[in-house]
Design a protein around this ligand. Sequence first.
Ligand SMILES: Cc1ncc(C[n+]2csc(CCOP(=O)(O)OP(=O)(O)O)c2C)c(N)n1
Ligand SMILES: [Mg+2]
Length: 585
Amino acid sequence: MASESTAADIMIERLIDWGVEVIFGLPGDGINGLMESLRRREDEIRFVQVRHEEAAAFMACAYAKYSGRLGVCMATSGPGGVHLLNGLYDAKLDGQSVLAITGMQFHDLVSTHTQQDVELDKLFMDVSVYNARVMGSAHVENLVDAACRTAFARQGVAHITFPVDTQSDKAERKGSRRNVPYHSSAEYARSARLPRQEDLEAAASVLNSGERVVILAGRGALDAGDELEELAEKLGAPIVKALLGKACVPDDSPYTTGPVGLLGSKPSQEAMENCDRLLIVGSAFPYIEFYPKPGDAKAVQIDLDASRLGLRYPLEVGIVGDSARTLGALLPLLERNENRDFLEKAQKGMEEWRELMRERGTSREKPMKPQVVARELGERLPDDAMVAADSGTIATWFARQIPARRGQMYSLSGTLATMANGLPYAIAAQIAHPDRMSVAFVGDGGLSMLIAELATCAKYDLNVKVVVIKNDTLGMIKWEQMVFLGNPEFGCELQSVDFAAAARAFGIKAFSVDDPAECGDTLEEALATRGPVLIEAVVDPHEPPLPPGISAEDAKNFGEALLKGQPNRRKIALTAISDKVREMV
Ligand SMILES: Cc1ncc(C[n+]2csc(CCOP(=O)(O)OP(=O)(O)O)c2C)c(N)n1
Ligand SMILES: [Mg+2]
């Protein structure tokens, strides 16, 4: 085989050197040379075929999120590459190390209006931290090394586009006069970045002089759970969790007030409003309006990326460092805060909040409330379950009603907040961890965008359980139109889809439930069913995902929207008003 090696072989072999075990993608005539190379190495590297390249990019992003490894996706020239973009932006915005490989037209026909002539390196300029076009066989290894290394080092998307004819060129290491064969290396060294001592001391002095310290923890704190709890205990500080940091400490931890923001909890909001010190750990939580008002609190921020320091809140001290190590180094400098009032108030608030969530999640009202489905699901998830959610009201139920337990993993599209990522995320999580159950908690709008990936679940017989919350509406937007702008909903109703029947058509076992009294049993049976399963939960479309402290302005807008002739306004008013009494501040 050595004598017939191609330039594409150099690429695939080098990816194997980099430890890549799986590539998500869909073939096309712009990548036939690469596909042939993958076919010949089926035993060493796995190709997972998707039904839409957008899903492949989501999978690469999620693979990186759930495994910490490089996520790799591949698409053909022109349309295939274009389809990747949304998933690649998801990786860019959530800082995931992803490599995208695309095909390009024949090298000597590029830019001549030839078939599928899209110069994807130009298209991907904004999304990528590394972006290159293969210029010949001897170029390939150098590019793969630089691409993988940069994707890791800069936590972003690297892209290589490969002209189709060059892929099948004879593997040639000897290139130009200055290109010494084998000079580049498939090595990447991670830094654990220890902060400067003076920064730690300055941070300790800010935190030690506070009375009411709050910790905002995000994605970068996922591996720092023990340190966060230790610090919370020492400073009497509640831990408020940004959504990507949902699993950093379990939701039954006495120190956490759970999620924050539009889909957050009331105690989180109160802690943010009333603190005098804010410690941000590995989070760029983007909703600035949910932070303390600038000037109200003195803040310390820890982030691996120095360019993120001070992004959302004015700082006294910024620390560049790995969360766990930095907190570990900070802890001995901190004094125990003997005033436990702030933490105790948060804990008392959480008792009430948990009771409210329990009430919502155990309602036997019909139509069934989406919160019931989330709660019943949360109670039945295995201790090592991996859960992915879509954007939408669905993310609210995910944040509030599915408690993260120690050892579980949770993710969604954080900063891009795209629809349709949930199912591809769950697939990638399962492929990264084949022994664990993976759950997609998705909206009917989101699922219908990339529903064909159910075929991927069937094809690879994946232990993916898809729970679709069917409210026949683009729920989140319907509420936003009413609450933010005071208008009746427009363009949000969805044509009803029989998801259980659709799932069966894709070769997947399916369940449907609309009765809250049966929801738990149905989920129990579905989760115990081997292989991929879909559970369609038909819920009340009028259940509002209200923010923890709805503003007077929002409430006024909402009332006006109903007055302007919002369809179903009587039902909506009834649902929202009974919530309002208990939930609005
Ligand atoms: C790709 C994309 N298109 C549109 C939006 C705007 N958007 C955010 S949430 C949402 C509604 C999602 O509907 P569904 O999946 O049914 O979830 P629900 O809100 O009903 O729970 C829309 C349209 C988006 N975030 N991403
Ligand atoms: Mg919906």
